[in-house]
Design a protein around this ligand. Structure first.
Ligand code: GLA
Length: 691
């Protein structure tokens, strides 16, 4: 696998490659008359905007017909931006095919699971596997690369846009053909496929590749391995599109980095970004915070995982919002301070670019009620004043932070894409399970405990961490099981949860009692699952409680400690939380239910203590403030984010505040105050590596 980010970062147009924050937005000048462009660049200068993403949805303007091109307007915009010190992340414009293309070639339109053709009229109405679409997309990519590869404003290429946002699962005949090719690559023979898909079940045995289809609408549960493979294939098909555009860009414009905007956010899981991160020169992400209590925790989790995908290196926040979005049922504006809080939380987790969708709020079209840096009200608005201030903070207060990496935490939390997909399918013991929810629950427990944790994909290097939590790691191939075992036997502290280690990569159950390959390590064995009904809660004898799941556990190793037993229900008296100390000083713990929030935090406290990991925050700040740390050669940068709705006093913190606090001492006391939703950044001397 190629290393993540071989070309690393933006090629800044004018001066040196000195690290600095990129600040800007998607810019859609084609929606506005030229007079507005002049105002745009004036306001961009005022806001400190130094980069825009251009051309995401401009295909129909750039190529009005199969053989006609119109680059004049884009030439002017590129020049104007460059004259005003604004660099360009130039999109390949392939996200939304023009009407002439879909009229001439309706065969590029995706097909749903139930056989309906997705019409044009919105965006991303293309099949990832359509050879016709690919040909046209690569044609426009080539034309852009040839025309703008040498333009001094060009800082990066932006392949397509949010690949898979609307078209990840396509069930067309093109998809069927490409799926077969993908399966042949994976299994070589039809017999190999028959084995992997367990096709002797329900008489599904295939005798030729031509019989194999995507998991289209069927009479009952479609073969689960077929579903899992289709999820893998669908992610790979879009990744292949990314590769195809990227290859052209690398070939025609060597030295210009190529990225695409991921959607590491909430329950979005269809694209395997752990895999895609190897395909881009730097990782870029879009994130829209949930407008609900705890939304910032999810933002932090996603930003943290994005940092993990970027392997600790700076990454690019390509889109978030200054205020409301337009695509939820109800779309509230952000409260004062929230926009800056969101931006700086991303920076805390390694973002070196803070960009928004979009620069100027559209007057027409489906996103006219989506916020922007310049709102409908114009520059004389709270939003724009806040935008200007955020630009100043990044440019002046936090300049020295740019280019620093994240300081590894001592604990890691693993996210596994195969498991995310596998537990979302039908025909499981419970349809209520969700890897993201479980992982986020553990992440919150870390935030409550005031202990930093790195969220990492399962294929990352996590062996050096003191504690590793692997929530709902349902799909467990032998190699990963051996890694986990080696880790714990070598002195690491592993925490596994319910419904983990159940199947191999083909979705075949590890036999002999659950959780197959982790059984001996955990020192327990489970014969039957005991999922809980929706709303059902199970009590444990340590006062904690859980939902969703329980297990009838037989403890098999004498040294396995039972930390809590079920206190009621059919499993009363049975082990619920266990931990097996290992001879090498490590341990393997098992959590058999979805613990309720504060109980998970209490358990995590015990597990952390057992691993010798403490909080780096003063006691009065734990849980109230999130700490994230970036580290440069000469200093650490501690980001403190207020998780409460109240001002928080920061006493006796080491270092110097760079931004985000106000003096707040009373009676001669030396304290700084962190406002509700505030994020404060402190420069702290680097720690002694020996200490
Ligand atoms: C996505 C897209 C943008 C825009 C925003 C709105 O992130 O990439 O083009 O539609 O959503 O939130």
């Amino acid at each position: 696998m190629p290393p993540v980010g071989s070309r690393d970062w933006l090629r800044w147009p004018r001066d040196s490659d000195r690290p600095r924050f990129a600040y800007g937005a998607d810019y859609n000048p084609e929606q506005w008359p030229r007079a507005v462009w002049e105002e745009d660049v004036r306001l961009m200068r005022r806001a400190g905007v130094n980069i825009v993403t251009l051309g995401v949805f401009s295909w129909s303007r750039l190529q009005p017909g199969p053989r006609t091109w119109d680059f004049g307007w884009l030439d002017d915009v590129m020049d104007l931006l460059h004259e005003n010190g604004v660099a360009v992340d130039l999109a390949t414009a392939t996200a939304s095919p023009p009407a002439w293309l879909t009229t001439a070639h309706p065969e590029v339109l995706p097909v749903t699971r139930t056989g309906e053709t997705v019409g044009p009229g919105a965006r991303q109405h293309w099949r990832p596997t359509s050879p016709v679409f690919r040909r046209y997309a690569l044609q426009v990519t080539t034309a852009l690369a040839e025309r703008y590869g040498g333009h001094p404003a060009l800082a990066a290429w932006h392949v397509n846009n949010e690949l898979g946002c609307h078209n990840v699962h396509d069930y067309s005949d093109d998809a069927a053909a490409a799926f077969r090719a993908w399966l042949r690559d994976r299994y070589a023979t039809v017999e190999g496929l028959n084995h992997a898909w367990a096709t002797d079940f329900w008489s599904q045995r295939y005798t030729g590749w031509d019989q194999v289809l995507p998991p289209r609408l069927a009479a009952s549960h479609v073969n689960p391995t077929q579903q899992l493979d289709f999820a893998r294939f669908s992610s790979d098909a879009l990744r292949d599109h990314l590769r195809a555009e990227r290859e052209i860009l690398h070939r025609l414009t060597p030295g210009i980095p190529v990225t695409t905007n991921f959607m590491v956010m909430g329950h979005t899981s269809a694209m395997n970004y752990a895999d895609w991160a190897h395909e881009v020169d730097f990782v870029a992400n879009d994130h829209y915070v949930l407008p609900e209590p705890g939304g910032a925790d999810e933002l932090s989790f996603s930003a943290n995982l994005t940092g993990g995908l970027a392997r600790g290196r700076p990454w690019f926040l390509m889109e978030h919002s200054t205020g409301a979005v337009n695509w939820r049922a109800v779309n509230p504006a952000k409260a004062p301070g929230e926009m800056a809080r969101d931006s700086l939380l991303h920076v805390a987790h390694g973002a070196d670019a803070v960009c928004f969708f979009q620069w100027r709020q559209s007057a027409g079209g489906a996103e006219k009620y989506h916020s922007a840096m310049v709102p409908h009200a114009g520059a004389d608005s709270r939003v724009f004043r806040d935008v200007v201030e955020l630009g100043r903070v990044l440019r002046e207060d936090l300049d020295e932070v740019a280019g620093t990496g994240r300081l590894p935490a001592r604990a890691a939390l693993l996210v596994d894409w195969d498991s995310r997909w596998a537990v979302l399918r039908d025909s499981l013991p419970s349809s209520l399970l969700d890897v993201h929810d479980e992982a986020l629950g553990w992440y919150r427990a870390f935030l409550e405990a005031g202990v930093r944790v790195d969220v990492l994909p399962t294929d990352a290097d996590w062996e050096g961490y003191g504690l590793v939590v692997a929530p709902l790691l349902h799909v467990l191939p032998g190699a990963t099981a051996r890694r986990l075992t080696g880790y714990a036997e070598g002195g690491g502290h592993l925490v596994a949860t319910y419904f983990s280690g159940i199947v191999d990569e083909n979705d075949h159950v590890h036999l002999g009692g659950y959780p197959g390959p982790l059984r001996d390590l955990l020192g327990l064995r489970i014969e039957e699952f005991a999922p809980l009904r929706e709303g059902e809660r199970v009590a444990l004898d340590d006062g904690s409680s859980g939902t969703l799941w329980s297990d009838r556990i037989t403890v098999t190793a004498p040294e396995t400690e039972v930390w809590a037993r079920y206190a009621d229900g059919p499993l009363a008296g049975g082990a619920a939380l266990t931990r097996r100390p290992l001879p090498g000083g490590g341990s393997a713990a098992y959590v058999s239910t979805r613990l309720d929030g504060e109980h998970r935090t209490a358990l995590l406290g015990r597990l952390l203590a057992g691993a010798g990991i403490g909080s780096e925050l003063p006691e009065d700040l734990r849980g109230r403030v999130e700490l994230a740390v970036r580290a440069g050669a000469d200093a650490e940068y501690h980001f403190l984010a207020n998780r409460t709705g109240e001002p928080v006093k920061l006493h006796h913190l080491p270092g110097t505040p760079l931004s985000g606090t106000a003096a707040g001492g009373e009676g001669g006391e030396d304290a700084r105050v962190l406002a509700p939703r505030g994020v404060s950044v402190w420069r702290v001397p680097p720690r002694d590596p020996a200490g």
